[in-house]
Every structure is written in C-alpha cells, then in structure tokens.
Write a new protein. Structure first.
Length: 135
C-alpha cells in the first residue's frame, strides 16, 4: 500500500495491523501503534498511525471500525488518530469517533537534533474514541 498513501512514508513499526479485502484483492491497510506524542502514551491509549486505501468505497470506515474493535479487545481504553485539516473525517465520524480539536503541527527540525521534514507540518485534527463507552 506504499504507493497509495498520500503524505507519509511507511512507519517504523506498530502494535498491530488490519487489512481490508474486497473480491480477493487487498484494498486497504491500517497500522495501530503507541501514540506518537509521549504525553498521550500512557499504556492504555492506541493510535492509528497509518491508513491507506486504493479508494474503495467505505474501506477507510471499515479499517477505523476494526482498529477500534481490536484495540478494545486488547485492553486499550482509548484510541486516537489525526487527519489533515483539509480532510473531512467522514470515515471516522461514520464509525463513532469524535473530533476533539486541533493539534500541533510544525517541524521536528531543531538545532539540537536536525531533521528533514518528510511529512505535512500544518496543524492536524485529532480524533478519539473512548473504548470504555464504545459498543
């Protein structure tokens, strides 16, 4: 799915992954891991760190719903993800995630640790689902 993700390179790793198949063809993947933000990494929170599809209708919603269910089954209490400001979030809203606000943005390049930004640096929308309340 490397060739269909719009704005990030592949992640270094994750806790688990979900695949979406239609008519025997792989149409999407989601990778779930620990929260990227150290402030949110409490051992009870999972983050969908990557979703990529080939555009198949409802594939994103399917992946977010299954990621939520799998995280809940593994004992996580919350799951979160981020979208770009220009992305609607319809796939997340459709399966019960809530928009909780605008998050960060900016560059990780600092004098003490120079980096090359290979990702969008604008603010993002943070979405969460409380797995204690999820059905």
């Amino acid at each position: 799915m490397d060739d269909v993700h719009r704005h990030h390179e592949k992640p270094q790793g994750g806790k688990f992954a979900i695949a979406a198949w239609k008519d025997g063809q792989l149409v999407g993947v989601a990778i779930v891991g620990r929260p990227v933000s150290r402030m949110l990494d409490n051992g009870l929170t999972a983050e969908v760190i990557r979703v990529a599809t080939d555009g198949t209708r409802n594939a994103c919603s399917f992946l977010y719903a299954r990621a939520k269910r799998a995280a809940q089954a593994q004992g996580y209490r919350k799951i979160l993800t981020y979208t770009l400001i220009e992305e609607s979030g319809d796939s997340l809203r459709a399966v019960g995630w809530e928009r909780v606000g605008v998050a960060g943005g900016g560059s990780w390049n600092v004098p003490s640790r120079p980096r090359t930004d290979k990702h969008p640096t604008q603010e993002k929308i943070r979405w969460e689902c409380d797995l204690d309340a999820a059905s």
